[in-house]
Ligand binder design. Structure first.
Ligand code: NDP
Length: 499
């Protein structure tokens, strides 16, 4: 029996106004049908906004520490349900269980961080320039927040946005990727079970072109947070700019790992395998460029070829699987297109470059971990985001050249440097033009309590995670209290010689 899921709008699980549904299938075995999920339309978004406005009126008056208590209970419930959610997540998007457990853990950590932020949410009290006058700032909730999220971190990314937004006192409408609706359903169940007033959260399933667009264009949704591709982010940015909305964009990456000739090569090898082929390369922070110093280039590449060729592909729920499938057929088609481009550009195919032959993998969107060497900085494979298990290797002669190559792409999310030279490590932190730099660790591995985001075409200046995101989801208000009993004019009466 196929389960038919619903939207959560106005405090109830309800059918979409369109009456339409789409199927959610396991990318490791497309015969495995997870369920039917709503293909909602603008009317559902309209109903969600009306309910969220009610939710905002209720929730914004709840004291921030009490809002934090609800989020702490959400963290407790996610902890209890971690294994169940991780298994559901692997089934619907393919990455291996250890990774989906990590994805849920990120949500748990974000919940506990948000809970403690309920007792901080600092404003500032500063001296006034006038006598007998008080000056301070504090933070206010904004209103209804629209969240649009991608498929690759089905729990972590929605929670990065949702928990700070809720802690700050906003109401939330979530439009998850069509590819991972089940995880979003489980997340909303946890929020409701934790005691969140139901009108405060709305879940509207459906496509970006209908639900996402309606949410972006709705005049009563003043805040939008989006994570996804740079192309989609550009479209959203235009609309939000025209409508003067507050917008956070987290988009694509083309992240480089630089290995110097003095690096610990065993460590670097483990790092690049995890960075390039973890989540089947479908991470915004994936290591998609490997920059090798010419002195270690050939030796390191031979070891990498050998190790990458041995990675075990399969269903992420099975023991021993190291690399799962791609998310869907179009994603695998895109990888195949880029492999064709690599060949046309005359790059050297080191390993991979085809679908696996095993009949056991026939029903999933699998592709072999692939490495191209001999790329130049201008090669398309060295500049464009592929979002799959394809690693492009470039050779360099010195640190300055490596920095130039790293910085010479339109993206700026993360970078990594492997070296034993402390001076170079500190120079890398300064000179690599990215939001995040790792020293002696791969380009992936962000922690929930630090700001996360990138520069250039990866982002628009905001950050997720850590303390900074709370500024995005709240408005700063400034208050002055003059208790002098006389009219004091700022900038005019403030010449005070202490007399
Ligand atoms: P997409 O841009 O295709 O989709 C992201 C979300 O946007 C989905 O929910 C999608 O809906 C929705 N959407 C699509 N078109 C519109 C539209 N016109 N208006 C509103 N919403 C729309 O990205 P993917 O899901 O394929 O995710 C991969 C991308 O995300 C990569 O580029 C990756 O680098 C980036 N990413 C960035 C991160 C970061 O923090 N910098 C983290 C993780 C991923 P639908 O359900 O129809 O797909």
């Amino acid at each position: 029996m196929t389960t038919t899921f619903r939207n959560f709008i106005a405090g109830r699980w309800i059918r979409p106004s369109t009456g339409a549904y789409h199927e959610n299938r396991n990318p490791a075995n497309i015969r495995d049908l997870i369920g039917r999920f709503p293909d909602s339309g603008p009317e559902d978004v309209e109903a969600a906004v009306r309910s969220a406005e009610t939710g905002f009126r209720i929730w914004s008056r709840v004291p921030a520490p009490a809002r934090g208590d609800v989020l702490r209970r959400v963290g407790d419930l996610l902890s209890e349900r971690k294994e169940m959610i991780a298994r559901a997540m692997t089934r619907e998007m393919g990455k291996v269980l250890t990774e989906t457990r990590g994805d849920v853990q990120e949500g748990i950590d974000t919940a506990y961080y948000a809970a403690s932020e309920g007792r901080r949410l600092f404003g500032h009290t500063v001296p006034s320039e006038l006598r007998s006058k008080w000056a301070m700032s504090f933070r206010r909730p904004i209103g209804v927040v629209g969240l649009i999220t991608p498929f690759n971190f089905p729990m972590a990314i929605p929670t990065w946005k949702m928990f700070p937004a809720l802690l700050c006192g906003n109401a939330v409408i979530l439009k998850p990727s069509e590819d991972v609706p089940h995880t979003a359903h489980l997340l909303v169940e946890a929020l409701l079970d934790a005691g969140l007033p139901p009108e405060v959260i709305q879940l509207v399933h459906g496509s970006g072109s209908k639900v996402g667009k309606a949410l972006i264009e709705h005049p009563a949704v003043p805040v939008i947070s989006f994570t996804g591709s740079t192309a989609t982010g550009a479209v959203i940015g235009e609309t939000c700019g025209r409508m003067h909305k507050r917008l956070s964009l987290e988009m694509g990456g083309k992240n480089a790992m630089i290995v110097m000739d003095d690096a610990d090569l065993d460590l670097a090898l483990d790092g690049v395998l995890w960075g390039a082929f973890g989540t089947t390369g479908q991470r915004c922070t994936a290591t998609s460029r490997l920059l090798l110093h010419r002195k270690i280039h050939d030796r390191f590449l031979r070891r990498l070829e050998d190790a990458a060729g041995k990675l075990h592909l399969g269903d992420g729920r099975k023991d021993g699987t190291e690399v799962g499938p791609l998310i869907h057929e179009e994603a695998r088609d895109k990888v195949e297109r880029y492999v064709g481009i690599g060949r046309e550009e005359g790059l050297e195919l080191v390993t991979g470059g085809s679908r696996p032959r095993s009949p056991k993998l026939r029903n999933g969107w699998f592709y072999r971990p692939t490495i191209f060497a001999g790329a130049r900085p201008g090669s398309r494979l060295a500049r464009e985001e592929i979002f799959g298990p394809v690693l492009t290797v470039l050779r360099f002669s010195g640190f300055e050249e490596a920095v130039r190559i790293n910085n010479g792409v339109p993206y700026g999310l993360s970078s990594a440097l492997y070296t034993r030279d402390t001076n170079l490590a500190f120079r890398a932190m300064q000179e690599l033009d990215n939001g995040i730099t790792y020293v002696n660790a791969p380009t992936i591995g962000a922690e929930a309590h630090l700001p996360f985001g990138g520069v250039k075409q990866t982002g628009n200046g905001h950050r997720e995670g850590g303390w900074e995101v709370y500024e995005f989801y709240s408005e700063t208000k400034v208050c002055y209290v003059d208790y002098s009993g006389v009219l004091q004019r700022a900038q005019i009466d403030n010449v005070d010689n202490g007399g």
